[in-house]
Design a protein around this ligand. Structure first.
Ligand code: MF3
Ligand code: CO
Ligand code: CO
Length: 256
């Protein structure tokens, strides 16, 4: 399948799906506190998506995924399955939300901290968000995916964090995961050339320790092999004539 270029009408639908995705992260933020279980966070999001937004939680039953959101705590890199496990002081957690509205997907994730996290956890989270923002800031027609990977990798390594290579960003639209793959490492001036009308996610995952990951026997949960802390941020973007539109931008969020 080739990379699908979206029409202005399709981008308007992506804008709506993106806004709903951002609104779920805004809605759930006050619930991410010590003592809440990730199952409870999943239930609140599920009911909001279905009952308030009249939308579909894309992860539910996606290739057999059993829940409506992904909850990745501490050394979990991504695709954590909500459970009865309760958040405790000092935990860091990524909530990854994907909704389908009117046939189109919005996909975004952010980190939350519970109580007072370790300094290293706070640094990891800041640098991961900076990696996403630096990548977003160079997106425009003519820029190549290798440029995006390179800027992420360079900033992460400058701060002595590693970049996960086994999972990547992706094209997005009617499909959850469309072409192209958006790697978070790479060489400048290589790879797919961005064009107006492309919609894609950038979703870097950084680790305190080594980059390597493994999948738990539940076949979903991805953890760092060395059990070091991991963080991730994700936005859904549209490439415009002159730059980029962040379709999942949250209220008050500024791409620095
Ligand atoms: N939201 C993830 C992404 O950013 C994919 C999750 S797949 C699931 O691409 F099945 F685990 F939900
Ligand atoms: Co996602
Ligand atoms: Co994604």
């Amino acid at each position: 399948m080739a990379i699908l270029i979206k029409t202005p009408e399709e981008i308007e639908k992506m804008r709506i799906a993106g806004r709903l995705t951002a609104e779920i992260l805004e809605m759930i933020a006050p619930y991410v506190v010590k003592g809440v279980s990730t199952n409870e966070l999943d239930k609140i999001c599920h009911e909001y998506i279905v009952d308030v937004q009249k939308a579909i939680p894309a992860p539910l039953n996606y290739h057999g995924f059993p829940k409506s959101i992904c909850t990745s705590v501490n050394h979990v890199v991504c695709h954590g399955i909500p459970s009865d496990k309760v958040l405790k002081d000092g935990d860091i957690i990524n909530l990854d939300i994907t909704v389908i509205k009117d046939g189109y997907h919005g996909d975004s994730s952010q980190m939350f901290v519970v109580g007072k996290p370790k300094i290293i956890a706070e640094r990891l989270i800041s640098v991961t968000q900076e990696c996403l923002y630096k990548a977003i800031n160079i997106v425009k027609p003519g820029v190549r995916l290798g440029d995006i990977g390179h800027i992420i990798e360079t900033h992460a390594h400058k701060h002595n964090f590693s970049v996960v290579q086994e999972y990547c960003g992706h094209g997005i639209g009617i499909g959850f995961h469309e072409e192209p793959q958006v790697l978070h490492y790479g060489r400048p001036n290589t790879g797919v050339v961005l064009e107006e009308g492309m919609c894609l996610t950038i979703e870097p995952m950084l680790n305190v320790g080594k980059r390597h990951t493994k999948v738990l026997p539940d076949a979903w949960t991805v953890i760092t092999k060395d059990r070091s802390l991991s963080a991730q941020f994700e936005h859904t973007l549209a490439v415009t004539a002159t730059g980029v539109e962040v379709l999942t931008l949250r209220k008050g969020e500024v791409i620095g």
